[in-house]
Each structure stands twice: as C-alpha cells, then as structure tokens.
Design a protein around this ligand. Structure first.
Ligand SMILES: CC(C)(COP(=O)(O)OP(=O)(O)OC[C@H]1O[C@@H](n2cnc3c(N)ncnc32)[C@H](O)[C@@H]1OP(=O)(O)O)[C@@H](O)C(=O)NCCC(=O)NCCS
Length: 145
C-alpha cells in the first residue's frame, strides 16, 4: 500500500510550475504542440493543479473544460522519477475533493497502472470507447463520493 508523503502539497499552477510540468511531461517535452497548448490553456483558465513534493514539482492534474455538466479528469501525470510514491493517488484525492460528488476520467485500456490506481481509489469502470486510439480503446471510470 502506498501512502501519501507528508511533504506532498497540492497547489494552483504558476508560470514556473507550468514550465516544470512542460519539461517533465514526455509528450510536451517531445514537442507535442497539442499537449503544450492543452496544459497552457488549463493553467490560464484555472483548470490545472500541481503536486509539489520535497520542494520538487512532482505531477499535475487537469480538469476538462466540459463533460456533460460533470467533472472529467482529463490528465494526471507524475514525473517518472517520482512515481510509486503515492503522488498519483494524492492528485486523484485532490481532484475528488475539489470536483465531487460525481467524477469521471478515462485512460487507454493498455494503461494498467492508471487502472490499478483508479480501482485502489474505488473508481469503477463505466464504459469503453473505440475509435479514438487505433487498437487501444479508451476505458472510462466514475466515482460517486
Ligand atoms: C499513472 C500515474 C499517474 C500513477 O502515478 P504514481 O504517482 O506512480 O501513482 P501512485 O504512486 O499513487 O500509485 C502507484 C502504485 O501504488 C498503487 N496504489 C495507489 N494507492 C494505493 C492504495 N491505497 N492501496 C494500494 N495500492 C495503491 C497503485 O495502484 C500503483 O500500483 P503499481 O505500482 O502496482 O502500479 C503515473 O504512472 C503516470 O504519470 N503515468 C504517465 C501518465 C499517465 O499514464 N496518466 C494516466 C492517463 S491520463
């Protein structure tokens, strides 16, 4: 069982924190204009939260601008060197507290780690969507707090 590090705090994003996230997110760092815009827009519109652990920028979460009137966790990302320490779990907990009582998210069916984390936090599968990612369906999860 992974427990939250007492030194992990969740904070609103700042310009400097956004720059850190863009540097450790492998998609953004790999040059994806879409991912960079997605994070920059989320930061600008107050839809992004950042985890800071031991003074280091450790991860982030992004809430989607729209999802049928409900809260949808569009992205959660933990810096690769800091995974397995409960930071992902802490980001989910923060999201649930901020956006409950009904929250949704999705991930690729191949992303076993994210699915394990969601199940540990008592999110339950609620649907499968084909066609977004060739040969890797999107599995949706919900949690009712
Ligand atoms: C998925 C991701 C966010 C997880 O972040 P993390 O900080 O490593 O997550 P945690 O440390 O909280 O959880 C890690 C492990 O503890 C487990 N865990 C978490 N809470 C737990 C609990 N209460 N009890 C038991 N196990 C628990 C998780 O299931 C996971 O198990 P694993 O090591 O067997 O995979 C991270 O791997 C990541 O950023 N991946 C790339 C981006 C991505 O895939 N995002 C998801 C789709 S948007």
């Amino acid at each position: 069982m992974v427990s939250m590090l007492p030194t992990t705090s969740l904070v609103p994003v700042t310009e400097a924190l956004l720059a850190d996230c863009l540097a450790f997110d492998h998609v953004a760092a790999g040059g994806s204009v879409e991912r960079r815009s997605e994070l920059s827009e989320a930061a600008e519109h107050g839809r992004m939260r950042v985890a800071v652990s031991h003074g280091d920028t450790a991860g982030y979460s992004v809430v989607a601008p729209w999802f049928f009137g409900a809260a949808f966790l569009a992205l959660v990302y933990v810096k690769s060197a800091m995974r397995g320490q409960g930071i992902g779990s802490r980001l989910l907990e923060d999201f649930e507290q901020a956006h409950g009582p009904q929250v949704f998210t999705s991930t690729n069916l191949s992303n076993a780690r994210m699915q394990r984390l969601l199940r540990h936090r008592l999110w339950t599968p609620c649907g499968l969507l084909n066609g977004l990612d060739e040969a890797d369906p999107e599995i949706f999860f919900a949690k009712h707090l």
